[in-house]
Design a binder for this molecule. Structure first.
Ligand code: FAD
Length: 286
């Protein structure tokens, strides 16, 4: 059972509970990016099981009136076991999602996975992608991290790929030879990347951030260049702002679920001092 404090960040343990949460946020004009929690599997069976669950999930989403897509992690689909295992599972999920008109995001993990993730994305986008300006719901997208030094070049390479790109600051502690480590520098990089994307991409841009400065920057770029975009935020983080923004912009909430919720929950708690204080109070019953 997920304790009440963790329920702020994790929808529940089953897909049915996650989809019930999706229904409630859809009522407030926020779409959902549903993620089955899991990463770094070193056995084929776990990766196979999660790929199977995603295939069922896209069927459930596609046959419902819900406004939702999914997001998968490469190491959840077997990248640590082998690149071929990851690509087979990812392709099976993307093919099932295309059949049900459901979009698939590929999360980006640490820098050792970037090449394999982008190669898989580009191949699948060429096969299943749709131009961001089309009305089709299906397709694939990938995440690029502003903290990685390589990302400007990656963004240029992805500009003409028929898919979507989510720009984020980057969640992994990376070594200084591959990544910027100064938070202000990362913020500047994210702003530069967003400006580039709004200028050069044919839509399909997402800003995955809770930072008001980054969201304002994306809105300013949208007003200047007219390019379509969406704002993506996590379940449980600045939710009232998500509902406010959804009255004027496309907003999607990342909705994690599953029984592997504990490490995700700790990550969210440790991102912010106030969260740790809240957790401490809850544990002490105050
Ligand atoms: P921050 O400067 O960290 O936060 C800005 C403000 O948001 C804070 O001041 C605070 O008010 C609020 N806030 C942030 N976190 C919390 C919290 N836990 N609790 C309460 N308030 C909080 N990273 C990857 O590396 N790969 C991915 O695939 C990826 N996908 C993502 C998808 C989405 C939809 C989102 C929102 C983020 C994703 N990230 C991913 C994480 C991202 O890289 C950042 O680590 C994360 O979003 C924190 O950065 P921030 O831009 O929100 O700014």
């Amino acid at each position: 059972m997920i304790p009440p404090l963790a329920r702020r960040f994790v929808a529940g343990e089953s897909p049915a509970v996650a989809l019930e949460h999706v229904r409630t946020i859809n009522e407030r004009e926020v779409s959902a990016i549903v993620n089955l929690l899991g990463e770094h599997y070193d056995d084929r069976a776990s990766a196979r099981a999660d790929a199977e669950e995603y295939r069922e999930l896209v069927r459930d989403i596609g046959t419902s009136p819900l406004d939702a897509c999914i997001s998968v992690k490469p190491t959840q689909l077997g990248l640590d076991v082998g690149e071929a295992v990851f690509r087979d599972h990812l392709e099976s999920v993307v093919a099932a999602a295309a059949e049900h008109d459901v979009f698939v995001w590929i999360d980006m993990e640490d820098h050792t996975t970037t090449d394999a993730t982008l190669e898989a994305y580009v191949d699948l986008a060429e096969e299943y992608g749709t131009e961001p300006s089309s009305d089709a719901e299906a397709g694939v997208g990938v995440c690029l991290q502003a903290n990685l030094r390589r990302t400007r070049e990656d963004a240029e390479r992805l500009a003409d790929v028929p898919g979507k790109v989510r720009f984020v600051k980057g969640a992994y502690d990376e070594p200084a030879d591959v990544a910027y480590t100064d938070p202000e520098r990362i913020d500047r990089e994210l702003e530069t990347l967003l400006t580039y994307a709004f200028e050069e991409f044919d839509g399909g841009i997402a800003v995955g951030s809770h930072d008001p400065a980054m969201i304002d920057h994306a809105i300013d770029c949208h007003e200047e260049y007219g390019t379509d975009f969406e704002i993506q935020m996590l379940m449980g983080v600045r939710e009232s702002r998500q509902y406010d923004l959804a009255t004027d912009y496309e907003v999607a909430q990342y909705v994690p679920y599953g029984d592997r919720w504990l490490s995700y929950f700790y990550r969210r708690l440790s991102e912010r001092k106030e969260n740790l204080i809240l957790a401490g109070r809850a544990l002490l019953g105050r």
